[in-house]
Design a protein around this ligand. Structure first.
Ligand SMILES: [Zn+2]
Ligand SMILES: [Zn+2]
Length: 387
């Protein structure tokens, strides 16, 4: 589970991955649709996966803009019959169904059966859009066992409002009595916000109290962090354990997404390989340490030329501050390859593309400075870990 040692097998693995290629469910989806038309009562059979763990990209667009051909940011790690979700951008649950992550079959099969954990990198809407949907619709999609609630791990309360950027006037404070709730409070507030629906359904159709079906956790920060960090760089910290079960060991670190705090990267180690998710971050030494010798580094990326064109000169101080924030809290196409190289990753998978409708050849430039395999992620790509 912790085989991080760089060996000649690393090259062989890379070559094998290249030979095996990245599979996509696009062709399968076509076949499944055809099959469904012929046998409307039969749920499409889940695509057989290799015995090892698999990364599935559910959505690859970064930012709150909604695109037609890329869903919002979300990924899955599939290990045997279980799967884990990292972030829940817009469209995530539909993508879970399209990817057929659940192994359950038969009339009672539901897309979320087998969901064994949810990991939220940070409290930005493009990573959380479908969080409420997961909570209120989970019981109808396979989250039905209060004796084994699905763990959710995410940031705790920020501990104070972030600074106002640029020369903007002080804006209104949303929910001033508790303006920076963490994962536990976000979950309970989501349940309360949709109480009318939940009460009606529990009384009319039965089902499971979502407050019992999920077990939210505010990730405990390392003891050396004693309050919100409002400016880069983050303190250097050692990776720390977040979750461990029979299938995965998940560790985390703090990354550079100022003024967001905390912003996490996650690493999943399995018996057959590892995958590390950068979350949203500028180049981060903490991330490079977490991702050391990982099989697959899933890293965010932003097109600097697009960002600069979005705010043409002359810029107001507020526009200048926003542009600076964009570029200093994300990783540019030019910078991401060297990050993957420093981590010793065997493959670099780009996700959280900003913009989500940018030309793929532009993102391919991220291969400069990286000697492993570069994959510009597409929704529903499947990448085996540790071939
Ligand atoms: Zn984001
Ligand atoms: Zn973000």
């Amino acid at each position: 589970m912790h085989d991080h040692a760089p060996t000649p097998a690393g090259l062989s693995r890379r070559q094998l991955m290249k030979a095996a290629g990245v599979t996509t469910l696009a062709g399968l989806a076509t076949a499944a649709t055809t099959g469904a038309a012929a046998q409307p009562a039969t749920r499409p059979t889940r695509r057989p996966r290799d015995d090892g763990a698999t990364l599935v990209l559910l959505g690859t667009a970064g930012g709150p803009t909604v695109y037609g051909d890329r869903a919002g940011i979300s990924s899955a790690v599939v290990v045997g019959d279980a799967f884990y979700l990292v972030d829940l951008g817009h469209g995530a649950l539909g993508q879970v169904a399209a990817a057929q992550l659940s192994t359950s079959t038969g009339p009672a099969a539901r897309p979320l059966s087998g969901l064994a954990g949810v990991f939220l990198t940070h409290m930005h809407s493009d990573h959380l859009s479908e969080f409420g949907s997961l909570i209120i619709n989970g019981m109808w999609n396979g989250i039905t066992d209060p004796s084994a609630p699905v763990p959710i791990y995410g940031p705790g309360d920020r501990g104070g409002l972030p600074p106002v950027l640029g020369d903007r006037d002080e804006p209104p404070v949303i929910a001033p009595e508790d303006p920076t709730p963490g994962t536990v409070t976000m979950t309970s507030r989501a349940i309360e916000a949709f109480a009318q629906d939940l009460n009606e359904r529990l009384r009319g159709s039965g089902g499971v109290d979502p407050g019992a079906a999920f077990a939210p956790h505010d990730i405990t920060l390392p003891s050396e962090i004693d309050g919100p960090v409002d400016a880069a760089p983050m303190p250097r910290i050692r990776p720390f354990l977040v979750h461990e079960d029979d299938g995965v060991r998940v560790t985390a670190t703090l990354v550079e997404h100022s003024p967001v705090f905390p912003a996490f990267a996650f690493r999943f180690d399995t018996d057959t390989g590892s995958v590390t998710f950068s979350g949203d971050t500028a180049p981060s030494d903490n991330l490079i340490e977490l991702a050391q010798d990982t099989d697959v580094l899933v890293h965010e990326v932003i097109d600097r030329a697009w960002a600069e064109a979005r705010f043409p000169e002359p810029r107001t101080p507020a526009q200048e501050a926003t542009l600076k924030h964009l570029l200093e809290s994300h990783t540019t196409i030019e910078d991401v390859g060297p990050v993957a190289e420093a981590a010793g990753a065997r493959a670099l998978v780009l996700n959280h593309l900003v913009p989500g409708d940018g030309p793929v050849p532009q993102y391919r430039k991220a291969g400069r400075g990286f000697s492993g395999r570069l994959i510009v992620g597409r929704d529903l790509d499947e990448i085996p870990l540790g071939l």
